[in-house]
Design a protein around this ligand. Structure first.
Ligand code: EPZ
Length: 416
């Protein structure tokens, strides 16, 4: 795994164009399995999670032609509804092909995606929803088989507003017979983007973005074209890096309405944030206030920016409290921050951060995608040199992140 070396205390200045959303592109590419026509998807981020989804789709027979950041997902008469462990093991989101394959082929056999460092990542809500739509479910040798001659619309209540379960069940319900209601549904912007794409394909989905989504089943879907929304988590990562280093950074191709909780919390620290059309400018201060953060389903504060905000709060004036309500093990970055001199204590899903005037560079190790980005932010804040080992996680979700930080004036190098 590559290592990143950072010489800290260089405020960031400049402009970054935000890529398309990883978490919108993954379900939308899976959704192209639902029709026999060509689909054109623009603004796909060039990251390894997308490459792995492309490998998975071509293994089912769905051929994808890539023209820069536009993917042409070609019509495919023969689809093999099978996702093997060697692929699902590399991409947890591979389970998002379950709904489309079940709806289109009446059958899907997918290796259980397993967990990841931030949590067990169960799929019980996906499976409960599929059975409500009439599918039979069997698990054997680590594979899940789903079978249904014809899915039937039903009312599905999600015990938790799971993003993936909402996406999988919405996709499956598009070709079910009759009406499906998904109650206590996730409302993330990525859900709305997927619903918009499905409706462009001829689906009849209403109220995506609310806690109850209605899907009127149709007999078939056709091809469509779509442009992926900007990645709010990538945008938030650079915003927090600018604020934490006391620099001034403008982000272009941003939908600021997707970043309301992050902007509100940054302003609460005293950071200056201005929005104009599709740009957001963050101007950090040499000293900023502590704030409390509680991660929640959208429109609450996003769990995917918790580690990055935690990095910034290590040097805030005062004591901050972070509560992580979404994942059971998303504080792995905290032990690494303490190696840099941060004063943090954790109790279950709560972290108490006593702001300290400075962090000092050290060797740290990345555990997952967003923790890796948080460790870079901490390294940019620290006096001296910080090396982040196991930085390969970054490539899953951030395109050109080292080059981008370099273009903003960071002293940062990637060693493969
Ligand atoms: C999506 O994961 C995102 N990934 C995650 O982003 C994000 O953190 C998460 O939503 C929450 O916003 C993609 O969209 C590809 P969930 P997902 O189902 O769908 C529990 C990143 O860094 N749950 O909303 O897997 C689960 O254990 C990644 O880009 C069940 O109990 O998240 C967790 O505690 C990380 N049973 C909570 O729900 C289920 O069947 C949220 O999970 C499903 C989920």
């Amino acid at each position: 795994m590559p290592t990143i070396e950072i010489k800290g205390k260089h405020p960031l200045f400049g402009t970054i164009a935000v890529q398309g959303s990883k978490n919108a592109a993954l379900p939308i590419l899976a959704a192209t399995l639902l029709c026999d026509d060509d689909c054109k998807v623009n603004n796909i981020p060039p990251i390894s999670d997308i490459s792995n989804m492309q490998i998975l789709l071509s293994a089912t027979g769905k051929q994808i032609k890539q023209q820069s950041q536009t993917y042409l997902c070609e019509a495919s008469k023969e689809i093999s509804p099978f996702a093997s462990y060697d692929i699902t093991n590399r991409l947890r989101a591979s389970f998002l092909v379950a709904g489309p394959l079940l709806a289109r082929e009446g059958y899907a056999e997918i290796a259980h995606p397993g967990g990841c460092p931030i949590g067990a990542r169960p799929i019980d809500l996906h499976l409960k929803g599929f059975s409500k739509l009439g599918a039979s479910i069997h698990t054997k040798n680590g594979y899940i088989s789903l079978k249904a001659n014809k899915l039937k619309g039903n009312k599905i209540y999600l015990d938790f507003p799971s993003v993936g379960a909402t996406e999988n069940l919405m996709m499956a319900a598009t070709l079910a017979k009759g009406t499906t209601l998904i109650e206590n549904a996730a409302a993330e912007p990525e859900i709305i983007d997927l619903a918009n794409f499905l409706n462009e394909m001829g689906a009849q989905i209403s109220d995506a973005g609310t806690d109850t989504i209605k899907i009127e089943g149709v007999s078939s879907l056709h091809g469509g074209e779509h442009t992926i929304i900007p990645d709010r988590i990538e945008a938030g990562t650079y915003m927090l890096a600018a604020a934490a280093t006391g620099g001034k950074v403008t982000l272009t191709n941003v939908m600021s309405e997707h970043l309301t909780p992050v902007i509100a919390k940054l302003k609460e620290t005293g950071t200056n944030v201005t929005m104009k059309d599709t740009t957001v400018t963050v101007e950090g201060k040499s000293s900023y206030r502590a704030v409390d953060i509680k991660t929640l389903p959208y429109p609450g504060f996003p769990t995917d920016l918790q580690a990055q905000f935690c990095a910034m709060l290590c040097c805030a004036k005062g004591t901050s409290i972070i509560t992580e309500t979404i994942f059971e093990n998303r504080f792995m970055h905290i032990g690494e921050f303490k190696r840099l001199g941060a004063k943090i204590t954790t109790e279950g899903r709560t972290a108490v951060i006593e702001g300290t005037p400075r962090l000092n560079g050290a060797q740290v190790c990345a555990s997952d995608l967003r923790a890796s980005a948080a460790l870079i932010i901490a390294g940019l804040m620290a006096e001296g040199t910080t090396t982040v080992s196991d930085s390969g996680h970054l490539l899953r979700g951030y395109h050109n992140i080292v080059e981008n930080f370099k273009s903003l004036g960071a002293q940062i190098e990637l060693f493969s």
